[in-house]
Design a protein around this ligand. Structure first.
Ligand SMILES: [Zn+2]
Length: 146
């Protein structure tokens, strides 16, 4: 199990997630610094968000597993104009990250990147926990400066 780096924020999540019975183990794991999701025991594929059945083959034989935090940035964009509730976080960069585990996730990057040039495309990144005053979310940070 890999412990994720936890970054603290002193304000509440702008849009808290809806936690269901199915996703509760994910959020509990995230609070403890783990990023876990479900894997199908019939076809072997991962799902995210976690599901009680496999969206690839419809099997209900799924189990939870912790994912290693590493990945590579596929693309990114920086958002400057935001809905009112996200104003405290603007500007922020959203990145599509191909995790080494095989999932592609869209995640906020901890430090905004410049809009011009290739930026951090192709660079290594890792999942992190964003611990807000009312609970956790997740994001990513570069492993080294682009
Ligand atoms: Zn499956």
């Amino acid at each position: 199990m890999t412990q994720l780096v936890i970054h603290h924020r002193d304000y509440a999540r702008p849009m808290p997630p809806r936690v269901s019975a199915v996703t509760q183990p994910f959020w509990r794991g995230l609070e403890a610094g783990r990023f876990c999701t479900t894997r199908c025991q019939d076809c072997g594929k991962l799902s995210f968000p976690p599901k009680e059945f496999c969206p690839h083959c419809w099997s209900d034989a799924v189990t939870w597993e912790d994912l290693p935090p590493g990945g590579r940035i596929y693309s990114h964009t920086t958002v400057h104009i935001v809905p009112r509730r996200f104003r405290i976080e603007a500007p922020y960069t959203l990145a599509l990250i191909d995790l080494d585990a095989g999932l592609r996730l869209m995640l906020p990057l901890l430090k905004p990147l410049p809009d011009d040039g290739p930026g951090a495309i192709g660079h290594r990144a890792r999942l992190v926990v964003l611990q807000y005053s009312d609970g956790p979310l997740f994001g990513a940070e570069l492993e080294a400066a682009p």
